[in-house]
Design a protein around this ligand. Structure first.
Ligand SMILES: [Zn+2]
Ligand SMILES: [Zn+2]
Length: 341
């Protein structure tokens, strides 16, 4: 079973998933399967995955063809669903058993139906699966944070080419999320305003970094973007939790995703990218934490980050946490707004 260990100096948890790693020779990059032959995520191969935990299908029985989106547990999970969260410590070292969930959201039955190319209704189905799985897993108090992410292309860490996203439910709120929440809470305490709403208002006033806007969402090139052409998608209406989206918002989020992912293909030549849904952690109180993020509904504003993998993270970045971005966020916005790629 995997375990969580905390670095006592930088206050950061790491998942040690020893059964995934195996021997040193297993770390050689595996060739990427590009054809649907033998793909475990394709329609018709439902018996090659663990049984589904969720699907959108038109009346066909579970684990058979006839679905539009299908969610299955990861065959090689980073964390295990069974067991209680047990914390222990030896001297400086904090430890937790590796309890969590690791699921694969199969975004289409067709091997080549990438999210950038499918009709908006299909993207709505994918977003619905994200919401449903998040709501279901949040009922479990052991899971403190649910991260949904999409790795597209080998350079972004994808090991299967079939269109899919993943979800990991964690027994802790990770440091990057905690830092964001803390910053949002501090701003709210001082000003009684959401820092993200303030940022959106400011960016709309001088739209140098505005890439796209519809009635419910905007896509911004972040002011201090770490990576060239990375973007953040924000709902225009304040909301701490993406699972509270209305049907109209869901359709317009699909529209915004379609816009930017198509731009990545046409302007940037279909790069690998990572996409992360940054929503509120589980606000179900757990014993000993009665006031857990008490102002979170007002101070936090969910968003989606997308980072094309055009530059390499190397020694300087690992050593300092500083990033060198060779494209100004204003230029990136200009390129992604217009069809001049
Ligand atoms: Zn496939
Ligand atoms: Zn807000």
């Amino acid at each position: 079973m995997s375990e969580l260990r905390k670095d006592p100096i930088v206050d950061r948890w790491v998942i040690i998933a020893a059964e995934r790693g195996q021997r040193p020779s297993d770390f050689k990059p595996a060739p990427q399967p590009t054809s649907p032959v033998g793909c475990p995520l394709c329609e018709g191969n439902e018996d090659k995955t663990p049984p589904e935990v969720f699907a959108i299908r038109d009346g066909t029985p579970p684990n058979t063809p006839g679905w539009r989106v299908r969610v299955v547990p990861n065959k090689f999970p980073a964390l295990a669903i069974e067991g209680e969260v047990m914390r222990s410590g030896i001297g400086l070292f904090d430890h937790m058993n590796g309890v969590g969930a690791h699921e694969v959201i199969i975004e289409a039955p067709d091997h080549n139906a990438d999210i950038a190319d499918v009709p908006l209704e299909q993207i709505v189905d994918i977003l619905t699966a994200f919401e449903q799985r998040t709501c279901d897993l949040r009922r479990d108090k052991r899971f403190r944070h649910i991260m949904i992410f999409r790795n597209y292309g080998a350079a972004a860490g994808a090991s299967l080419t079939h269109p899919h996203s993943q979800l990991i439910a964690l027994p802790i709120v990770p440091k990057i999320v905690r830092d964001k929440l803390q910053s949002a809470r501090n701003h709210y305490r001082q000003k009684e305003r959401c820092i993200f709403c303030d940022l959106i208002e400011q960016e709309l006033a001088l739209p140098d970094r505005l890439i796209y806007q519809n009635d419910q969402f905007i896509i911004l090139s972040p002011y201090a973007a770490r990576f060239p052409f990375s973007v953040t998608i924000y709902p225009l209406q304040h909301s701490y939790d993406f699972t509270l989206m209305s049907d109209e918002q869901c359709l317009l989020l699909a529209d915004a995703l379609h816009f930017i992912l198509t731009k990545y293909k046409t302007v940037l030549g279909d790069p690998a990218y990572n996409m992360m849904v940054q929503t509120s952690p589980n606000i179900l109180p757990r014993p000993g934490h009665a006031d857990y993020w008490s102002s979170i509904k007002y101070d936090y504003h969910w968003h989606i980050e997308i980072m094309p993998r055009l530059t390499k993270v190397a020694g300087f970045e690992w050593g300092t946490g500083f990033y060198i971005n060779p494209v100004s966020p204003e230029d990136a916005a200009e390129y992604l707004r217009n069809d001049n790629g």
